[in-house]
Design a protein around this ligand. Structure first.
Ligand code: ADP
Ligand code: GLC
Length: 472
């Protein structure tokens, strides 16, 4: 099968979160299973672009509303990522450093999707499946099926993966003229609650919808930021497939971001080495257990609980632990976390920003990972942590529920709690410290987690089954 992934992110080209990790890994595993998987994404001006070699494969032009635009498609020359990687450039819209966060993101991702459809319509063969990810590319199934210019591609089956239903890409009907012409009576495909809703449109038009864990698919039936009834109506064509992790990049024995490499037998020593490096940089004490948080400082991740939990943990449990936070997001959470630095110097620190190297060092050097997420469609952090022998403390939701079993349960290895509250989070930390005291149990749990198989092989096979089911 030939599968074309179309996405806003792909690691290591451009990553803002787990979407990048998934699109950077899944195609590799599909190729290994004997298929041809390719990735198409926007040509942001990232380091990866400047450091690699490219060839021009296509130049073309298309319309967005009344304005024509020129686009070009380049291909990475040396198969660096283990799959064919294509970047689409639209001057003035995609040629920027960041992935998201511009005032004209609607126009940016519309132009990307139009350019993709235009380019695809000029191929002299058809791929077997077009697989789109999240709302940034979710209008492609509609465009292929209903826009006059691309209707000859309507038979190509499409898959939409929902990585996060909180963000839907909504825009007003005043911008609908930017979508290539279609029969106006089909407007209902685009609409949800009187706005153009790309994610809803993708759910309606894609041949199959997948979510990134089983529990998330179930949760969406009752809580999908307004799309519940649509997801219930389309339940029949939806399937939950748990993400995997790229076990070649995320391996403590070979991770290029680490100084101290380790496997299960050298785990205690290796983890301590990484912890010492971290503690030196952040002024912490490597003799104490280390809790870390890595992620976007937003409500979905319940990052707003962190300042309160840090204060309560030090007050009620004591200063017998270290806490280190890495992330960026809501300004008030950032400034509260920064304020606490002085008060708890020596026991707590925070790095505001995005830092891939530091994240790897933290998965390796930490004892415990905090993940109190309110919404977690899959979550990769907890799987990375476990692969590095770090025990996750997670709220019982979405992919966290599907990947972490509480130590109190049969064959458990992590700590799970029900509610996203300061009280439950600090209680989980209390339980973690209890476990930390029992060195034998701690070592066994860590070793057990490092052996768990979260690799992509199984999940890639499930995606193949989905593709097979829609190829006529
Ligand atoms: P989400 O995609 O919702 O942010 P995931 O758990 O799926 O959550 O994936 C998050 C990914 O982004 C992980 O690879 C994690 O290590 C990484 N990450 C998140 N925040 C940061 C940060 N501030 N610096 C470095 N890596 C980060
Ligand atoms: C989203 C979700 C996260 C998931 C990631 C990759 O960003 O928030 O839970 O792991 O996508 O699928």
């Amino acid at each position: 099968m030939e599968i074309i992934h179309v996405s806003a992110e792909c690691y290591p080209v451009a990553k803002a979160g787990g979407l990048g990790d998934v699109v950077g890994a899944l195609p590799k595993y599909l190729n290994a299973a004997g298929h041809i998987a390719k990735v198409v994404m926007p040509m942001y001006r990232t380091k990866f672009l400047y450091e690699n070699e490219w060839e021009l494969v296509h130049e073309g032009g298309a319309y967005m509303g009344n304005n024509s635009f020129h686009y070009s498609v380049i291909k990475e020359k040396n198969n660096k990522l283990g799959f064919d990687l294509y970047l689409i450039d639209v001057n003035g819209l995609l040629d920027r450093e960041r992935i998201y966060g511009y005032y004209d993101d609607t126009e940016r991702f519309l132009s990307f999707q139009i350019a993709f459809c235009d380019w695809l319509s000029r191929w002299n063969h058809r791929p077997d499946v077009v697989h789109v990810h999240d709302h940034h590319t979710a209008l492609i199934p509609f465009m292929l099926q209903h826009c006059y210019a691309y209707r000859h591609l309507a038979a190509i089956p499409t898959v939409l993966t929902i990585h996060n239903a909180q963000y839907q890409g909504w825009f007003g009907w005043d911008k609908q003229h930017l979508i290539p012409p279609y029969d106006s009576w089909k407007w209902g495909m685009l609409d949800w609650n009187n706005t153009v809703n790309p994610l809803a449109c993708g759910i309606k038009c894609a041949s199959r919808v997948t979510t990134v864990s089983w529990s998330y698919l179930e949760e969406l039936q009752g809580a999908a930021n307004g799309l519940e009834s649509l997801l219930r109506a389309e339940r029949g064509k939806s399937v939950g497939i748990l993400n995997g992790i790229d076990d070649k990049i995320w391996d403590p024995a070979t991770d290029t971001y680490l100084q101290d490499h380790y496997n299960i037998s050298g785990m205690a020593k290796g983890k301590l080495g990484n912890k010492k490096t971290l503690c030196e940089v952040f002024g912490l004490n490597p003799q104490k257990p280390l809790f870390v948080f890595i992620g976007r400082l937003v409500g979905e991740k319940a990052a707003d609980l962190l300042p309160g939990a840090i204060e309560d943990a030090f007050y009620y449990i004591g200063r017998n632990m270290n806490i280190l936070v890495l992330g960026s997001g809501e300004p008030w959470v950032e400034s509260r976390l920064l304020e606490l630095k002085e008060k708890y110097a020596g026991d707590y620190n925070v790095f505001i920003g995005y830092n891939e190297t530091l994240s790897h060092q933290m998965y390796a050097g930490a004892d415990f990972l905090l993940m109190p997420s309110r919404v977690e469609p899959c979550g990769l952090n907890q799987m990375y942590a476990m692969r590095y022998g770090t025990i996750p403390l997670v709220r019982d939701t979405g992919g966290l529920r599907d990947t972490v079993i509480d130590i109190g349960d049969h064959q458990g290895y992590g700590i799970r709690f029900r509610e996203a509250t300061v009280g439950e989070l600090t209680h989980a930390m209390y339980r973690a410290l209890d476990l930390y005291k029992n060195k034998e149990q701690l070592g066994n749990v860590r070793a057990y987690m490092m052996k768990l198989d979260f690799s992509w092989d199984k999940s890639a096979e499930q995606y193949c089954n989905v593709y097979q089911s829609i190829i006529s």
